[in-house]
Design a protein around this ligand. Structure first.
Ligand code: AR6
Length: 173
């Protein structure tokens, strides 16, 4: 069944026992608010020290660090697009966040990955539009690899949760 390897849950990504969690970062990779702040707080100061060595990250790209005090062994940092009305390549950039994060994961032998809802907080991307893009891109990736066993989308709040659940169900139809 299409969609079977994507799990959608409501919760806190910093608590996930997976090989890698994905951070919705900004191009400086030096921390911030939202999920980025939560991940840095939970990982401890070693994460920021390693992030300082990375030289930032372009929108749509991804970089990897260790997970430090997190249950996850790795953190994949990706930079989602800032919503500018939808005509500035936001959809394609959002898709590339998911694709590049999963590509990086396979290079590190990562089998289980948890994503937050990239760009739909401070960056203002409408979640009803972001969710199907995310789910489609993850599915497309999983269809061509056996390396990744499970992808979990960890949603903060019921609106986000329902948007991703609907997207998974629609793709499975
Ligand atoms: N677990 C799971 N999801 C969370 C958590 C958590 N602990 N905390 C927040 N979210 P945002 P963006 C959800 O703003 O839109 C940062 O300052 C949140 O409710 O974290 O990509 C960065 O440094 C929302 O659904 O990321 C950048 O400057 C989703 O995560 C900027 O914000 C994404 O919201 C990136 O903005």
């Amino acid at each position: 069944m299409v969609g079977s390897s994507i799990e959608v849950i409501e919760g806190d990504i910093t608590r996930q026992r997976v090989d890698a969690i994905v951070n919705a970062a900004n191009p400086a990779l030096l921390g911030g608010g939202g999920v980025d702040g939560a991940i840095h707080r939970a990982a401890g100061p070693g994460l920021l020290t390693e992030c300082r060595t990375l030289g930032g990250c372009a929108t749509g790209e991804a970089k990897i660090t260790k997970g430090y005090d997190l249950p996850a062994r790795w953190v994949i940092h990706t930079v989602g697009p800032i919503w500018r009305g939808g005509g500035q390549g936001e959809d394609a950039l959002l898709a590339s966040c998911y694709r590049n994060s999963l590509t990086l994961a396979t290079r590190h032998g990562i089998r289980t990955v948890a994503f937050p809802s990239i760009s739909t907080g401070a960056y203002g991307f409408p979640v009803a539009r972001a969710a199907p893009i995310a789910v489609r891109e993850i599915e497309r990736f999983l269809a061509h690899t056996t390396a990744i066993h499970r992808v979990t989308i960890v949603c903060r709040g019921p609106d986000t949760y329902h948007a991703y659940r609907d997207a998974v169900e629609e793709l499975a139809e």
